[in-house]
Design a protein around this ligand. Structure first.
Ligand code: ATP
Ligand code: MTE
Length: 175
């Protein structure tokens, strides 16, 4: 069975068509290069807000039953940045290391990386990871955390993914 991956762009302006969504497609391109096994994208572009993000994430996890969700946007400090507040309502377990590592590598590029409240967590058999909205944040954040993603999916009973050696060396500890 194919692994399903949710790609969720969270942006008021992209969802209204005021600018072109570049971050969702950048995530899809990145995954196409990084994953060598079979996978299918489930793409969404939604407005900022606790209710919109909560509903989208619950639908992807509980109804569509995706294995992994990557969100982009809404992690900052401005009034409409509410992705973390929605994550708090959706996650059953938070994985704090993801946010810590993504901020660390992002800080080597921009001092404003500390403004992102991005995190990751588990709901059922789905891993959800937040990335900031700027298209430039995608490669640095995903390259940093993705080596641990396949084993995390194994541990929660999600589908198995293999990565493209050279792009991402995923690590599975020997049993
Ligand atoms: N999905 C996206 N596609 C293209 N550019 C984006 C996207 N999301 C963010 N950006 C760029 O990054 C900037 C900062 O992103 P941020 O998420 O803070 O947007 P925002 O100012 O809250 O507005 P909005 O929620 O309407 O995207 C945006 O002004 C835009 O230039
Ligand atoms: N790697 C990386 N991380 C980054 C940025 C970036 O340009 N590159 N932008 C920062 C900025 S300016 C903000 S406000 C926060 C939150 O962005 P978001 O609200 O679009 O999620 O992410 C931060 N993290």
């Amino acid at each position: 069975m194919t692994v399903k991956i949710g790609i969720v762009t969270i942006s008021d302006r992209a969802s209204r068509g005021e600018y072109e969504d570049k971050s969702g497609p950048a995530i899809e391109d990145w995954l196409n290069e990084a994953i060598s096994s079979d996978w299918t994208p489930e793409k969404r572009v939604i407005e900022d807000g606790i209710a919109s993000v909560e509903a989208c994430l619950k639908d992807l996890c509980d109804n569509v039953q995706v294995d992994l969700v990557l969100t982009t946007g809404g992690t900052g400090p401005s009034p409409r940045d509410l992705t973390p507040e929605a994550m708090a309502l959706v996650m059953e377990k938070e994985l704090l290391g993801f946010g810590e590592l993504m901020r660390k590598v992002s800080l080597e590029q921009v001092p404003t990386a500390i403004l992102s409240r991005q995190t990751a967590g588990i709901r059922g058999k789905t891993l959800i990871i937040n990335v900031p909205g700027k298209p430039a944040a995608i490669d640095v954040c995903l390259s940093a955390v993705f080596p641990a993603v396949p084993y995390c999916l194994d541990l929660i009973g999600a589908g198995r993914i293999e990565t493209e050696k050279g792009k991402i060396d995923s690590f599975r500890p020997k049993k």
